[in-house]
Design a protein around this ligand. Structure first.
Ligand code: SF4
Length: 410
């Protein structure tokens, strides 16, 4: 039987750049959309032989701002994928949307074509703060977007929020979280603000109005407790979902499953090979048009790197890691790690449940440090750039397709 695959489509266009944004996305380049569209469709069609080696059970349109790119174009891409690959009709198909660029009739169009999950970039319920960080919407528009998505038939809605914003108090954050809960999304992603060099908001790094590490930690623990009370299961450091609503696509990154990306900057990991495309829109378009190279980084992942990634990615989730799995897959001795994890357990940072180790919320807070200690112990801290390790999120239960559910688009 073919292996399963997740497909990621990168849409590198935004209406404007947010002050904290470090993603590869461009504002003011809309006139390149038609050329990009043609190049992307060509790339997908040319990749049909590789795509057909897999059964695709998740598709993710991320960015950038896919909703700004337009529902028609997204459907066009999805239809090209349906013709080029073997996509389950039951696949999880997600599109990221910003509240200011998603309308009811777009959502109906997307739903009709098979998009079944919407991830809305809400970030915060305080309109002044939204303005400060360069967002184009207000909270009223978030409410409207969620209502429109429900009315259009979406039963799987995720909301993205950010805590630790300049001048944000714990009360402000509690208010944002409360207002997000009123919208009853199936999934919530709550990220602590990270100020990256080169972004417009980087200068806040030394500012007194930026919540310090303790304040951020406090907001984080508050988030974990509150969402737990409301029935959201934390399945990764920053991700919380109602039962059965963990993102199937995002799970793939953490379960070290195969995924294929398209578009500038998009990363892929298939058959033990990892590669990514150049973060340069024009070069990507001309590379596809002329048959030139668009690959930026390419590497074969060795078994030891894979074992290190198993620790790093697994410990970001509450699925955690299993000594038996580790030994069986990587033929490595788990004993030194077990001793360290016992120490973490004594400090209240980790637990062992049903034979698997995972962090507690206080352990997640320290996860960068604790994972580094584990890697040192493993003697394999030479991780060659998995793009998800620092920035991505997600997972929990393996969401295999139900038996017999093998109906494809064609
Ligand atoms: S909308 Fe998203 S991708 Fe675009 S600039 Fe803002 S944060 Fe970045």
């Amino acid at each position: 039987m073919n292996k399963t695959l997740g497909i990621y489509i990168h849409i590198p266009f935004c209406a404007s750049k947010c002050g904290y944004c470090d993603f590869y996305s461009l504002a003011g380049c809309d006139k390149l959309m038609p050329k990009y569209h043609n190049a992307l469709l060509q790339h997908i069609r040319e990749s049909a032989p590789q795509l057909r080696e897999y059964y695709t059970d998740s598709v993710y349109f991320g960015g950038g701002t896919p909703s700004y790119y337009g529902a028609r174009r997204i459907c066009d891409i999805f239809n090209t994928l349906k013709r080029s690959g073997l996509i389950y009709k039951s696949a999880e198909v997600t599109m990221e949307a910003n509240p200011d660029s998603i309308r009811y009739h777009d959502l109906v169009t997307l739903r009709d074509e098979g998009v079944n999950r919407i991830s809305i970039g809400a970030q915060c319920a305080n309109d002044d703060l939204l303005k400060l960080i360069g967002r184009r919407h207000n909270w009223q528009q978030v409410k409207k977007a969620v209502k429109n998505a429900r009315d259009a038939g979406f039963t799987n809605i995720s909301i993205d929020l950010i805590y630790g914003l300049p001048s944000q108090s714990r009360e402000d954050w509690a208010d944002t979280l409360g207002r997000a809960l009123e919208l009853q999304p199936e999934h919530l992603s709550c990220y602590g603000l990270k100020l990256e060099e080169g972004t417009p908001m980087f200068f806040y790094r030394d500012s007194e109005i930026l919540p310090d590490d303790d304040a951020q930690a406090d907001m984080y623990l508050y988030t974990c407790e509150t969402l737990d009370r409301y029935g959201y299961r934390q399945y990764e450091i920053s991700n919380f979902a109602k039962p059965g609503k963990a993102s199937r696509h995002n799970l793939k990154y953490w379960l070290l499953r195969d995924y294929m990306g398209f578009g500038p900057g998009a990363a892929s990991s298939v058959n033990g090979i990892r590669y990514s495309y150049i973060k340069d829109l024009k070069a990507y378009i001309s590379g596809i048009q002329t048959g030139g190279t668009v690959v930026d980084e390419y590497e074969k992942i060795g078994e030891l790197d894979r074992a290190a990634e198993y620790l790093m990615l697994g410990m970001r989730t509450v699925h955690g890691i299993s000594p038996t799995e580790y030994h069986n897959i990587y033929r490595s001795d788990f004993t030194p790690l077990a001793e360290l994890l016992e120490e973490f357990k004594r400090k209240g940072w980790a637990v062992n449940e049903n034979g698997r180790w995972h962090f507690t919320p206080s352990g997640f807070l320290l996860s960068n440090l604790l994972i580094r200690l584990m890697l040192d112990k493993q003697g394999e801290y030479k991780l060659s750039g998995n793009p998800w390790v620092d920035s991505m999120d997600m997972f929990l239960e393996q969401t295999e397709l139900p038996a017999g559910d093998e109906v494809f688009y064609h």
